[in-house]
Structure formats: structure tokens, C-alpha cells
Design a protein around this ligand. Structure first.
Ligand code: SF4
Length: 167
């Protein structure tokens, strides 16, 4: 990562997880083992529930979103994120393609999937699990299951440069 600072501004980042196993979140926390000191100088994690309890969806430069969207409540939440982020990046296969979280879309027989229908009738799930781009506009994506860590690093670095935070 380029680290020559231009000024004191930091990249304001949000990290969000929806329907998924959150392995990209785990991978990111592993990356923090090596990069926390460096990132603290250039990144403000304004929303990152795995790291802190006080989180805000406000004036984000980049929102990284992992997971598929499986309920109207989640769809509303990602719309709020979209409205408050200059860029939105889909992270990992579930966000980018829907799968594997969207596997239930193919389980349609009510008799053989009575357990699934029990969940449908007791919780606020959408009929179909959606990839992120079916719900909001995305600007970028990081593939992989979990995300490709190198692509995440290069994507973060690209935004640091784009926002004039590092050379
Ligand atoms: S893309 Fe893979 S690692 Fe990431 S949340 Fe989905 S299943 Fe888990």
C-alpha cells in the first residue's frame, strides 16, 4: 500500500454484513493484525460492528458490503447505506452473485421444504435472496468466497488515492 500521506484527512469507511457467514469480516480482522497501525493513519472505520459498538452510517466515502439480501428490512438498510456512501463495494460471492447464501431460491417445493416454509411464515424473509446489485447500484466488487484479500487491499488503496489521502 502506498503510505505517503497527503494531509490529515482519512478515508471514511463502513463495513457491513448481511446474510452470510461473515468470513470476509474475519479475513479483514486478520488483515488488521498486519495493517492496523498503517490504516489508523489513513482510514476511519465509521461503521464496523465487529470492531466497535458505536457505529454511524453517515457521510461514508466507501461502504464495503458482504452478504446477500434476504429480507425487506435488509433491503431498506442497504438503501440507507447507498444514500450515505459515495461508493459501494460488494464484497465476496454472496454479495456479488447471491450464492451460496441464495441457495434457498432453488428450494421451491413446499412439501419437501416444509421447514423452510416454517421460517418464511415466522420471520420477515423475502421470497428470493438477492445479490446486492439487484437491490442497489454498486460501484465495485471483490470476488471470492471469502473475498480475495489482495483485491481488497488494492481496492482500498485505489480509493485512498482517489480521495487524495495517499500518493
Ligand atoms: S462469500 Fe463465502 S465466505 Fe463470504 S459470506 Fe458468502 S459464503 Fe461466506
Amino acid at each position: 500500500m502506498a503510505t505517503e500521506l497527503v494531509g490529515t484527512k482519512k478515508l471514511v469507511v463502513g463495513w457491513f454484513s448481511f446474510t452470510c457467514c461473515e468470513d470476509s469480516t474475519i479475513l479483514l480482522t486478520e488483515l488488521l493484525n498486519d495493517h492496523l497501525d498503517q490504516w489508523k493513519k489513513v482510514v476511519e472505520f465509521r461503521y464496523f460492528k465487529a470492531l466497535k459498538t458505536k457505529n454511524e452510517i453517515r457521510e461514508l466515502d466507501v461502504a464495503f458490503i458482504e452478504g446477500a439480501i434476504s429480507s425487506p428490512k435488509q433491503a431498506k438498510e442497504v438503501l440507507t447505506i447507498r444514500e450515505n456512501a459515495k461508493y459501494v463495494v460488494a464484497v465476496g460471492a454472496c454479495a456479488v452473485t447471491g450464492l451460496p447464501s441464495a441457495s434457498r431460491n432453488n428450494l421451491v417445493d413446499e412439501k419437501t421444504n416444509y421447514k423452510l416454509y416454517w421460517y418464511f411464515s415466522h420471520f420477515d424473509y423475502s421470497d428470493k435472496v438477492q445479490k446486492l446489485s439487484e437491490v442497489i447500484k454498486i460501484d465495485d466488487q471483490i470476488n471470492g468466497c471469502p473475498m480475495n484479500a489482495e483485491v481488497f487491499m488494492s481496492t482500498l488503496n485505489r480509493y485512498l488515492k482517489e480521495f487524495g489521502i495517499v500518493h
